[in-house]
Design a protein around this ligand. Structure first.
Ligand SMILES: CC(=O)N[C@H]1[C@@H](OP(=O)(O)OP(=O)(O)OC[C@H]2O[C@@H](n3ccc(=O)[nH]c3=O)[C@H](O)[C@@H]2O)O[C@H](CO)[C@@H](O)[C@@H]1O[C@H](C)C(=O)N[C@@H](C)C(=O)N[C@H](CCC(=O)O)C(=O)O
Ligand SMILES: Nc1ncnc2c1ncn2[C@@H]1O[C@H](COP(=O)(O)OP(=O)(O)OP(=O)(O)O)[C@@H](O)[C@H]1O
Ligand SMILES: N[C@H](CCC[C@H](N)C(=O)O)C(=O)O
Ligand SMILES: [Mg+2]
Length: 486
């Protein structure tokens, strides 16, 4: 493929300004990491949080790069094309280079619920007979794959390689998570979206975004920049930020479809909670559906509605979507019932690692807990420090027993992280070793109690310093449940 063929949209002019000879350079691959350059590849220099990729242009050229694309002039022994937004260029170029993606792509953004919505959307499509995939925090799931992932929204080159492979494997429908980092860094700019969704906004990533408005604006790029005008925008209507999302999507000229208690497209009228399921009455126009959703937690109803909205906006008939909700399987580690003690106390693993999520999960288990709610949690290192006391306060307010432990300390001193949580959690018990903390939580369980181990969900490792050691909340919880006889 020639360099000029990689340029689309606003970049046609920018690359066009470079000479014909430059446009005619043959490109064998694309990367934004000089260390991955192989002869004939295009190196796109991105300005990052730690380095300016342009500083590696010479390294890329030495490794055989055919050309460099950068945001400003750089010295290199190969042709350099200057564009105004290299991250967006990279995304659009990767889409053109790989050339294929599943015909029906949707993306969901929001502080909480993205993984669950992507999973539920895939499940509803599959029930409707479509070969479907989900891409996000828990990795890639499709009829032929179940792969563990690292980023919520993959980098564009990896993403478009994956989309091309999925398309070749016959996947026609794919739901992906749009993280605020991913949106802000233009990772999804080359995806052809058929519909998009918003779940909610809460405190998160305040280490990356200067203000909550900046964080919301990053999320809203999905609607004001990426979703083609006139496409369905599914918006959860019961969040404090719903009105803003509706405003942005309406202004962008989308077909806004609200879901929830305040929803007009899918209107939630009544929910009855049981231990392992909920019965929801959902009105769709004049039709009334009573749906038995086999998941605990109010928030799962919200996620199920958003997913049904996305599926129905991409061709699934309402009765088929409603039937599919009755078979939903929760995403791994999202209020997942891992086991129970002999006396019947329930033990869950949940991925709540931000304040709203912790509040939601603890509120969700309270209605079916006749005894005490016990929570084991910590906070990750090298991430938003401000959330630590907030989560400590929430845990104390909403649980009877709080055990503060380590999450992924990364480069921070674990005891300091714990003390920042404990500053607002006076009644908390401190047990740094996560496996010991889980055992202690299980040891306390009596009939009617509920244990929630929060923060790591599906994760299969614990990062201490630079090392990720194998660790699974599921495994530790199961071991502890087997060990105790009560
Ligand atoms: C903080 C953050 O978002 N970092 C992302 C960012 O990297 P960066 O800005 O730190 O990159 P950098 O180290 O400054 O380097 C700048 C450029 O120079 C290049 N380079 C660097 C060294 C070299 O020798 N040669 C070279 O070419 C790098 O490849 C890069 O392109 O740009 C990179 C390329 O797009 C991303 O891969 C990287 O994500 C890192 C891996 C990451 O951990 N991101 C997390 C925080 C993240 O994105 N999380 C979200 C949200 C999760 C959630 O919702 O909870 C996600 O979507 O997963
Ligand atoms: N709709 C929701 N509203 C509030 N909290 C939710 C909602 N959905 C999920 N949660 C909580 O957030 C946790 C993470 O859920 P999920 O993985 O679906 O969200 P996410 O947006 O993908 O999160 P992340 O950004 O960490 O990948 C759950 O374990 C649960 O505690
Ligand atoms: N993708 C998120 C996940 C955080 C999960 C939690 N276990 C932690 O380590 O803080 C992040 O990297 O911020
Ligand atoms: Mg996720």
């Amino acid at each position: 493929m020639f360099l000029r063929d990689l340029a689309s949209g606003e970049f046609q002019d920018q690359v066009g300004k470079a000479s014909d000879i430059v446009g005619g350079i043959s490109i064998s691959g694309i990367t934004a990491d000089s260390r991955k350059v192989e002869p004939g590849m295009l190196f796109v220099a991105l300005s990052g949080t730690k380095a300016d990729g342009a500083a590696y242009a010479a390294d890329a050229a030495a490794r055989g790069a055919a050309a460099v694309v950068a945001g400003h002039a750089v010295d290199a022994s190969v042709p350099v094309v200057v564009v105004d937004n290299p991250r967006r260029f990279l995304a659009l170029a990767a889409a053109r280079f790989f050339g294929r993606q599943p015909e029906t792509m949707v993306a969901v953004t929001g502080t909480a619920g993205k993984t669950s919505v992507a999973s539920f959307t895939r499940q509803i499509w599959a029930e409707a007979g479509h070969p479907a995939a989900q891409i996000g925090t828990t990795g890639v799931v499709s009829p032929t794959r179940n792969e563990y992932g690292s980023l919520t929204t993959p980098d564009p080159v990896g993403l478009h390689k994956l989309l091309a492979e999925l398309s070749d494997e016959g996947v026609t429908h794919a739901a992906m998570e749009a993280s605020s980092h991913g949106l802000d860094q233009s990772r999804l700019d080359g995806v052809n979206l058929a519909a998009a969704a918003f779940t909610n906004l809460g405190r998160d990533h305040m280490d990356y975004h200067p203000t909550v408005e900046h964080y919301m604006a990053a999320k809203m790029r999905l609607f004001d920049t990426l979703l083609p005008k006139g496409s369905p925008a599914v918006i959860f209507a019961d969040d404090p930020w719903s009105a803003e999302a509706i405003r942005v999507a309406t202004e962008a000229g989308h077909d806004v479809r609200t879901v929830g208690r305040n929803g007009a497209f899918l209107s939630l009228k009544r929910v009855e909670h049981f231990r392992h399921k909920q019965v929801a009455e959902i009105h769709i126009g004049d039709e009334i559906h009573e749906v038995h959703i086999p998941l605990a937690g109010d928030f799962q109803i919200a996620n199920a509605l958003v997913a049904a909205g996305l599926a129905m906006s991409t061709g699934v008939a309402a009765p088929v979507a409603m039937k599919a909700l009755e078979k939903l399987v929760g995403a791994s580690g999202r209020l997942e019932l891992v086991g129970h003690t002999k006396a019947g106390a329930l033990a869950y693993v949940d991925y709540a690692h931000k304040p709203d999520a912790l509040e939601n999960v603890l509120n969700s288990v309270r209605p079916f807990t006749t005894g005490r709610v016990i929570v084991v949690f910590g906070c990750g290192g090298d991430r938003d420090k401000g959330k630590r006391p907030i989560m400590g306060e929430i845990a104390c307010r909403l649980s009877d027993i709080v055990i503060v432990t380590d999450d992924n300390p990364r480069s921070e001193v674990p005891a300091v992280i714990r003390s920042e949580i404990m500053a607002a959690a006076p009644k908390a018990i401190e047990i740094g070793d996560r496996a010991q903390a889980i055992r202690a939580g299980v040891a306390m369980l009596s009939a009617g109690d509920t244990l929630v181990v929060a923060g790591k969900g599906h994760e299969e490792g614990q990062t201490v310093g630079d090392v990720t050691l194998p660790f699974s909340d599921h495994t530790e919880l199961r071991k502890a449940l087997e060990e105790f006889e009560h």
